[in-house]
Design a protein around this ligand. Structure first.
Ligand SMILES: [Zn+2]
Ligand SMILES: [Zn+2]
Length: 346
């Protein structure tokens, strides 16, 4: 059996024909295995959805009760038989509930990573390395220029700025699902115990994180605060909100943005970001290369981002590699065209 007999590329995304399901399909399908709840991976309208409990809950928060015909939650490591395939989910370290999908058939194991990172994140279970024959890796930051560095050092930069400008409100743009909660947890890790303010669009998801045991301290809504009270405080908001009229409710706002793209100075300047914070929920170049090597896979399929450089790197290491060139996947940090209210769903 060849890998292509287990998984193939279709217009709706990666399909496991012998198992009768798609992984993170970009169109409505009969049966979907979903890696995590970000909008480009988790869409509404599938017949049946199999995912972790957290991913199903987050999809429900975003899309409403009837987001799928039926759902099945499985735990990390729990095996289910789908057609002639055996499927398990393993932590991807990307956001709460995120999973890699391992598919086994005829002694061959293929792992589809979904989005992943291998650095520690206090808001989700750490990435698990799964040995496999074929590894399907994302490549959002698949260029050697992308080295994310230390997220704690970026948070220290933010707190230094807050101390230095006690009259200014610090607005931190951060994607509503995952990034925002990670930034809050990293701030709390330093011992910072002042209230942290939230844009209304991230309230539901943040409360859900707390309900899963992730302590984020004293959180308040911006809409309940007086302007003067926001001086010298930190507010988390969807990236698009930090550039619109909403910022008028803050005294002398200073705009930050937590994203892997902040490594590129021009991007920060374009967006009018005063304080770029290089904090990413995706593996950087070194993380991608190290993970690919560690899986022991002889064949690598590259998708979701900057595919060519990573394919080239794999081949230089003697691995078989190919770009999948799937359409329909983006990077959550770049979804800035969405009005803030839409980012958290209905
Ligand atoms: Zn994602
Ligand atoms: Zn993604």
């Amino acid at each position: 059996m060849r890998p292509e007999d287990i998984l193939l590329r279709t217009p709706a995304g990666i399909c496991c024909r012998i198992g009768g399901f798609h992984i993170d399909p970009t169109r409505a399908v009969e049966k979907a295995v979903i890696t995590h709840a970000h909008g480009d991976h988790a869409r509404a309208g599938h017949g049946a959805v199999l995912a972790t409990q957290e991913t199903l809950d987050l999809m429900r928060l975003r899309y409403g009760e009837s987001f799928a015909g039926s759902t099945q939650a499985i735990r990390y490591g729990e095996a289910v038989g789908l057609g002639d395939a055996r499927v398990t989910l393993h932590p991807a370290g990307h956001v709460l509930g995120s999973a890699q999908v391992a598919i086994e058939a005829n002694g061959l194991r293929i792992v589809a990573s979904g989005d992943y990172k291998t650095v520690v994140d206090p808001t989700c279970v750490a990435f698990e390395l799964v040995a496999c024959n074929v590894f399907i890796t994302e490549a959002t930051f698949g260029l050697p220029v992308f080295r994310h560095g230390n997220a704690d050092a970026e948070i220290a930069k933010l707190l230094r700025s807050v101390a230095l400008f006690p009259d200014r409100a610090h607005l931190v743009g951060a994607y509503s699902l995952g990034k925002a909660q990670r930034v809050m947890a990293l701030i709390r890790k330093t011992g910072y115990d002042q209230p942290i303010y939230l844009h209304g669009a991230m309230e539901k998801i943040t409360r859900y994180y707390e309900s899963r045991g992730i302590a984020l301290g004293d959180l308040r809504l911006v809409k309940d605060a007086r302007k003067a009270e926001l001086a010298g405080t930190i507010t988390l908001a969807p990236p698009s909100a930090t550039a619109d009229l909403w910022t008028r409710r803050f005294p002398d706002p200073l705009t930050a943005f937590a994203s892997g793209w902040m490594r590129v100075r021009a991007r920060a300047r374009q967006r009018g970001i005063e304080l770029p914070l290089v904090i990413s929920d995706h593996a950087d170049w070194d993380g991608l290369c190290a993970t690919i090597a560690a899986t022991g896979a002889g064949e690598i399929w590259v998708t979701h981002g900057q595919e060519d450089a990573l394919v080239h790197w794999c081949r230089s290491k003697g691995l078989t590699a190919r770009p999948l060139a799937l359409v329909g996947y983006g990077d959550e940090d770049e979804e800035t065209a969405l009005p803030a209210a839409q980012e958290a769903g209905p």
